[in-house]
Each structure stands twice: as structure tokens, then as C-alpha cells.
Ligand binder design. Structure first.
Ligand code: 13P
Ligand code: SF4
Length: 312
């Protein structure tokens, strides 16, 4: 009975969101890790790369970003004439907080000939100190597009080490990491493989090198959707945040998706509820904005990122 009331309540909230969205001329951008009821109200559901591109090109005056802070901030930087809302401003990314602009300036002073490649999971201040941004979908392509032979890569050490496998450039990794992907171990993956010997293993490049060594495919979150759609396999072990599996199970009900660890849950990605989206659309708050003196540098790095095609 309670489940039914819950469902009806969710339906009412979703209807109210639809009405407010039309009234305000808003578009709702949703990351693949968001809870299913938020995924269901998306105008676009995708990974960091596709959502950044959509933010830069949408006609809507108002963007409601259902993801974490750096994603809404990137949207605000790429679409300075639009209003960008993050329904829960406390939805942050611990990895993004692991790099600061003063510490990056210090590292740049020690590597004067190096260029800076900055994972999009970072603050606007750090982006403004960087030559180019990348997402998990185009990190390798971005690294190889640079003229410099030495690259500082912030903040994700695991993604830096992954990109290093595909380039002769010298990458100096920052010491940041995603606490969720970093916790997931090679032993857990081995155990999942043993339990599902016929399964193919896909993992996110934020995983540690020993996990990546055991994977069949290393993919961004939208890359995982494409893989599930195209690969002639029935069982897939998915080494990334569990919200991804909710989308995969919904879109490919004839396939089996296995979560190889119970630590793959990003609490920040689960903060936004339907009621937060309603409140946000009603009040047109909280607005995410970036002072232009920081935004201009961050925009240069983000726009350059968008010129480099995704490969995973
Ligand atoms: P994607 O860019 O692959 O969507 O990943 C974003 C993220 O935060 C992974 O932890
Ligand atoms: Fe940040 Fe990791 Fe959560 Fe992605 S999954 S938002 S990298 S903490």
C-alpha cells in the first residue's frame, strides 16, 4: 500500500515538474548515475561529455542540472547567458575537491614546459588554470591532441594512468581519485568473474590499474550504453556506480547486468529527489554561477575539450 502511495506521489511530482518546466522554458539534464525517478524526468540523460555539449547548445533559457556540482558549474561556464540550477547545491564530487588552483599553480611552476589536462570532475578555478579539459570519454584523445610532450593531469590519478597506456607523452598525475571507483578491488572483480564465467567485464577508467587490467572493456558511462546495445553478449559485469545499472536494466531487459561490489554507490549522485526539482523550478534557485574572471579561463579549456571527439 505504502509502495502504491509512493508511486502515486512520484507521478504527481513528475507531472508538476513537467508543468513547471514548460512554464519556465526549462530543460532537465540528468547524469547516468542519478536515481531512476530522476532519470525518468530527463530531457537528456547522458555522461559528462554529452551533457556538457548539450548545455553549450541548448535553446532553453533555464537548465536544471541533475548531477553533481562540477557538472552544473561546467554548464554555467559553457552557457553564460542561461540560468543553471542544481536542485541540491550540496551534491558535490569529492574527487573534484582534491585539486585546488593554488596547488596546481605550484605544480605548474615546477613543470614550466608542461601543459595541463584537467578532468572535467574539477572546480572552475582549476579548469581556469588548465590548457584543456577532458572527460572519461575523450581523455586519451585529448592527451594525444596536445603539442607538448609533458602533461600535468588533474585531479584523477587513475584516469591519468589509464591515458598513459595509450601515449608516449610523459603524464604527471595528480594524486586525486574517485572514492567510489577507487574502493572497488581487483579481488571483488575476480570473484564476480568466477561467479559469472560467461560474462563480459566493462569498467570505468576511474577504476584502479589492477581493476582495469582485468577488464574486457574500459568505457565512459555512455560508452557502456552503446556497448550493451551493440555487443552480442547476454551477461555484463559493470564496474561503475550502481545508477548506471538501473539505466542498463531498464533499457536492455533481455540482458543481465551484474554489480561486482556493494561499495559502488555515490551518495552525492543520490541527493536530488523529485521534490528538490519541483522546489528548484518553483523558486528558480539555487543558481550556480561562476565569476567571469574565472569563467573565461574555464570556458577556454572546456570549449577546447568539446572539439576533441569521444572515443569511449
Ligand atoms: P562519465 O563522464 O563517464 O559520465 O563519468 C562521470 C563520473 O563522475 C564518473 O564517476
Ligand atoms: Fe565524483 Fe566519483 Fe561520485 Fe563521480 S562517482 S561524482 S567521480 S565521487
Amino acid at each position: 500500500m505504502e509502495m502504491e502511495i509512493g508511486k502515486a506521489g512520484r507521478r504527481d511530482l513528475a507531472r508538476e515538474i513537467e508543468r513547471l518546466k514548460r512554464e519556465r522554458g526549462a530543460t532537465i539534464l540528468v547524469h547516468n548515475y542519478q536515481p531512476p525517478e530522476i532519470q525518468a524526468i530527463a530531457d537528456m540523460l547522458g555522461d559528462s561529455f554529452d551533457l556538457s555539449r548539450r548545455a553549450a547548445t541548448t535553446d532553453a533559457e533555464l537548465i536544471v542540472f541533475c548531477g553533481v556540482h562540477f557538472m552544473a558549474e561546467s554548464a554555467a561556464v559553457l552557457a553564460p547567458e542561461k540560468t543553471v540550477l542544481l536542485p541540491r547545491p550540496d551534491a558535490g564530487c569529492p574527487m573534484a575537491d582534491m585539486a585546488t588552483a593554488p596547488a596546481l599553480r605550484d605544480l605548474k611552476r615546477r613543470h614550466p614546459r608542461a601543459a595541463v589536462v584537467c578532468y572535467v570532475n574539477s572546480s572552475a578555478e582549476v579548469k581556469a588554470e588548465s590548457d584543456v579539459c577532458c572527460t572519461s570519454a575523450n581523455a586519451v584523445q585529448v592527451v594525444n591532441s596536445m603539442a607538448e610532450d609533458e602533461l600535468l593531469f588533474v585531479p584523477d590519478r587513475n584516469l591519468a594512468l589509464y591515458a598513459q597506456r595509450f601515449t608516449s607523452k610523459r603524464i604527471v598525475p595528480w594524486n586525486g581519485y574517485c572514492p567510489i571507483h577507487h574502493r572497488f578491488t581487483a579481488d571483488e572483480l575476480r570473484a564476480a568473474r568466477e561467479a559469472h564465467p560467461g560474462a563480459v567485464v566493462v569498467v570505468h577508467p576511474e577504476c584502479t590499474p589492477d581493476v582495469i587490467d582485468l577488464a574486457d572493456e574500459v568505457l565512459s558511462t555512455s560508452g557502456m550504453i552503446r556497448f550493451a546495445a551493440e555487443a552480442p553478449v547476454r551477461e555484463i559485469i559493470v564496474g561503475t556506480e550502481e545508477g548506471m545499472l538501473q539505466r542498463l536494466r531498464r533499457e536492455f531487459p533481455d540482458k543481465e547486468f551484474i554489480l561486482p561490489s556493494d561499495c559502488l554507490l555515490c551518495v552525492n549522485m543520490k541527493k536530488i529527489g523529485l521534490e528538490d526539482v519541483v522546489a528548484s523550478l518553483r523558486s528558480v534557485q539555487p543558481v550556480i554561477s561562476v565569476p567571469e574572471e574565472i569563467a573565461s579561463g574555464a570556458r577556454r579549456a572546456l570549449e577546447r575539450m568539446l572539439t576533441v571527439p569521444r572515443n569511449i
